[in-house]
Design a protein around this ligand. Structure first.
Ligand SMILES: NC(=O)c1ccc[n+]([C@@H]2O[C@H](COP(=O)([O-])OP(=O)(O)OC[C@H]3O[C@@H](n4cnc5c(N)ncnc54)[C@H](OP(=O)(O)O)[C@@H]3O)[C@@H](O)[C@H]2O)c1
Length: 310
């Protein structure tokens, strides 16, 4: 069915992927990045969005820097909570649906098993609290709106943990990652396909969890990325990710929850779709995006040396 989709936050990791992937599938999609729509400027939001005719608005924009949110909670709540209320109201007035992206950081991480949508949130940080505020503001406007919680987002449009760990292993003899914090990676290209199933189902409102399946620590996530990179012939200086403790991360300003895997059971029940395991998605991403990038920059840096090790 033809429908018009607006993507707010189209300059970010997930928003850019949705704009490109949905456009390639023939969806009528219009993106706003930060320069064209500032979620700190509510009158400007009305000015840009009120004149438009659309059926669904997907909000991927957020202040996502967890420590910055802790230091600057006013900005966090303005962008992650109050602006969401404004978007939700603009959509409701048009009878459009607002699909808003949220986070596993709304939970305190003490449950010990994967979180369902009905579990009580209890954020430990200003980021988590501001995102929870956004969900509540959204659903207070309309129960047709949908908050989709994702976790550990990675993909080709903006570097994240997986890009950084491979880059470090290409440059350094030792790499480390936290081994006592557990969550689930979410691949933006998988999310693009799976979120479209939610766009297709306007009767689904409320809260939904959506990530790849399984769970891992940051260390396991990084180790799998290095295993994939090594198998593809990347000239890594180390192939092992050493463990770090969350408590040793003295640079962290905000508290992080230690165990926040999200259950996809509700998503699967309602859509009939099961996201693939995170390991497959990471392998796909390393093979299709990171390895070609790394090999071409190695070849450029060393024109006389073959890029692949034997
Ligand atoms: N990244 C993760 O691991 C993760 C985990 C759980 C949940 N999530 C949620 O998933 C969603 C998408 O995350 P992502 O990884 O795509 O994040 P991202 O790459 O940081 O993208 C967020 C976008 O929002 C924009 N933005 C920030 N402040 C803004 C403002 N005042 N007005 C307009 N735009 C503004 C950013 O602009 P700039 O480009 O100028 O910074 C950026 O383009 C967010 O809701 C996030 O909370 C992310």
């Amino acid at each position: 069915m033809p429908r018009a989709i607006v993507i707010v936050g189209s300059g970010g990791r997930l928003g850019a992927a949705l704009l490109r992937e949905w456009g390639a599938r023939g969806e009528q999609v219009l993106g706003f990045d930060r320069a064209s729509l500032d979620l700190g400027d509510f009158p400007a939001m009305h000015e840009r969005l009120d004149p438009l005719d659309f059926d669904v608005l997907v909000n991927c924009a957020a202040q996502t820097n967890v420590d910055r949110c802790e230091r600057e909670p006013e900005e966090a709540f303005r962008v992650n909570s109050s602006a969401v209320a404004t978007l939700a109201e603009i959509c409701a007035r048009k009878k459009a649906r607002c699909i808003h992206l949220s986070t596993d950081y709304v939970f305190d991480g003490t449950k010990g098993t994967p979180y369902d949508e009905d579990d009580a949130p209890n954020p430990l940080s200003q980021y988590g609290a501001s995102k929870l505020g956004g969900e509540r503001a959204l659903l207070a406007v309309s129960d047709r709106h949908l908050a989709v919680r994702v976790s550990w987002v990675f993909g080709p449009d903006r570097a994240s943990f997986v890009d950084q760990i491979i880059q470090r292993a290409l440059e350094q003899d030792r790499v480390e990652a936290i081994a006592d914090k557990v969550s689930v990676p979410t691949y933006t290209l998988d999310a693009a396909r799976l979120l479209l199933a939610l766009v297709d189902r306007p009767e689904i409102g409320g809260i939904m969890h959506l990530c790849n399946t399984g769970e891992c620590t940051w260390q396991e996530y990084g180790q799998h990325a290095l295993d994939c990179a090594a198998a593809l012939g990347l000239p890594l200086r180390t192939r092992v990710v050493e463990p770090l403790k969350l408590a040793d991360m003295k640079g962290f300003v905000a508290r992080r929850p230690v165990y926040t895997p999200l259950s996809n059971a509700k998503f699967t029940e309602l859509t009939g779709l099961t996201p693939r395991p995170w390991k497959e998605s990471v392998e796909d991403y390393v093979r299709t995006t990171l390895a070609p990038r790394a090999l071409s920059s190695t070849a450029t840096a060393n024109p006389d040396r073959p890029a692949r090790s034997s």
